[in-house]
Design a protein around this ligand. Structure first.
Ligand SMILES: NC(=O)c1ccc[n+]([C@@H]2O[C@H](COP(=O)([O-])OP(=O)(O)OC[C@H]3O[C@@H](n4cnc5c(N)ncnc54)[C@H](O)[C@@H]3O)[C@@H](O)[C@H]2O)c1
Length: 398
């Protein structure tokens, strides 16, 4: 599925900018620089070597490289901006762009807590701009094909969802860095399936969780005294705020009695082939697995018998696309996210990975902590918007 150039209402390429030129920012820069519908008008990073490397890789003129993001927004005047810094800066940068009437595609997790995320959505609403969350799985062919097959009844009536973590991180870090994807992907796969009572199957009703520290005799439920910053829990990781626990299980209650179960084992090494979501139905199951390049599998039954084995589902054009492109899968997916944003702006509708969907994922992460602290299920939407671990640490929650 080649990326087609797109005519726009503006009758000119859409002006785009990227703030944050680290690992993910460079994928966005390269994706946008090679997208005919878009003109990359500027990039920004406070760290000069990253700014230079990001700009050099696409031959961006020096005048379009900014150390100060405010200057970028004011001078380059992009129609939309990609925010690819780590989570602590997402709210400030999104609000700065929204206040200038600039649409935003923000990296995941949307923010560090729901207070920040709510303020991002409010700023975008108040200024009439769209907010999208870079949950790439919503434009991944394996996921969209899976969603359509589920909606068409390929696996019968939906019974349950199994979420598989790729490992390599303690549970707190995984929640903020990876479960934001997993929870969103699970809801996305169900999003076109309508329950017999008329409810969309991606509606979340409640969540129950248990996080633990230690194994064997040392094992215990994670405690408030074990709350640390993510980079203390795992020094090589990104800053995603407060975290707690090593392993955990989360059960999400969805509309129509469907339960999604996510288990976080803190496997010693990450393996993207394990990463994915299985949707279980009365007539079999569909599973989406893999890192950036995802694959879709189907099985007809639920036993280990030969006829119930997982089989790959061929997605027309998908493998051919990756065979012919030079760019990695992330470039293709970042381009799809940008094209979807342009289409949403033109059509006056929400992005498939809207800020509202981003908030829902963050809400599930915060609900995971709330439920663990309360040792009870919590209902959604959450009334308390402050970070549960901050409140637990302060002794406000017990
Ligand atoms: N969607 C995905 O699949 C995916 C994959 C990987 C990472 N991510 C997300 O992308 C984000 C960035 O991750 P990363 O690994 O690229 O981080 P990184 O640390 O490599 O890059 C972040 C960059 O932002 C810059 N920065 C910080 N504050 C800034 C500011 N005020 N103005 C301009 N630049 C600023 C830093 O100097 C750094 O170069 C994170 O939120 C991460 O979770 C998403």
């Amino acid at each position: 599925m080649p990326v087609a150039p797109k005519a726009t209402l503006l009758n000119r390429p859409v002006a785009a900018a990227v703030i944050g030129c680290g690992g993910m920012g460079r994928h966005h820069i390269q994706a946008l620089a090679t997208l005919p519908a878009v003109q990359l008008v500027g990039i920004s990073d406070i760290f000069a070597p990253n700014l230079e490397r990001g700009g050099n890789e696409v031959n961006l003129p020096a005048a379009q490289r900014y150390l100060d993001y405010n200057q970028l927004l004011d001078e380059a005047k992009p129609d939309f901006v990609v925010i690819a810094t780590q989570a602590p800066q997402h709210a400030e940068l999104t609000i700065a762009a929204a206040q200038r009437g600039i649409h935003v595609l923000c990296e995941k997790p949307l923010a560090l807590n729901l207070v920040e995320a709510d303020s991002m959505v409010a700023a975008c609403e108040a200024n009439g701009v769209l907010l999208a969350t870079n949950h790439l799985r919503r434009v991944t062919p394996a996921s969209t094909t899976g969603r359509n097959m589920i909606a068409a009844g390929a696996i019968g009536e939906i019974l349950a969802v199994d979420i598989h973590d790729k490992g390599g991180r303690p549970v707190g870090n995984t929640l903020m860095e990876m479960a934001t994807h997993y929870f969103d992907e699970a809801r996305f796969l169900l999003s076109h399936y309508v329950q017999s009572d008329g409810h969309r199957a991606d509606e979340v009703e409640w969540l129950f969780s248990r996080l633990t520290t230690g194994l064997g005799a040392a094992a215990h439920p994670a405690t408030a005294t074990e709350i640390v910053n993510s980079q203390v829990a795992k020094p090589t990781d990104r800053d995603c705020g407060l975290v707690v626990g090593e392993r955990g299980t989360v059960v999400i209650g969805l509309a129509g009695g469907v339960q999604a179960v996510a288990r976080f084992h803190n496997l010693p090494h990450a393996d993207a082939r394990y990463d994915g979501v299985d949707v279980i139905g009365t007539k079999g199951a569909l599973g989406v697995r893999g890192g950036m390049v995802k694959h879709l599998f189907q099985r007809q039954g639920h036993t280990f018998a030969d006829h119930d084995r997982w089989n790959p589902v061929t997605i027309e054009g998908y493998d051919a696309y990756f065979a012919q492109t030079d760019g990695p899968a992330s470039h293709y997916l970042c381009q799809q996210m940008a094209l979807e944003l342009i289409a949403a702006i033109e059509e006056g509708r929400q992005h498939v990975a809207s800020g509202y969907e981003g908030i829902m994922s963050l809400e599930l992460l915060m609900a995971t902590y709330q439920s663990h602290i309360a040792n009870a299920p919590v209902t959604l939407p959450l009334v308390e918007r402050r970070h549960p671990l901050e409140l637990w640490k302060q002794g406000v929650l017990a």
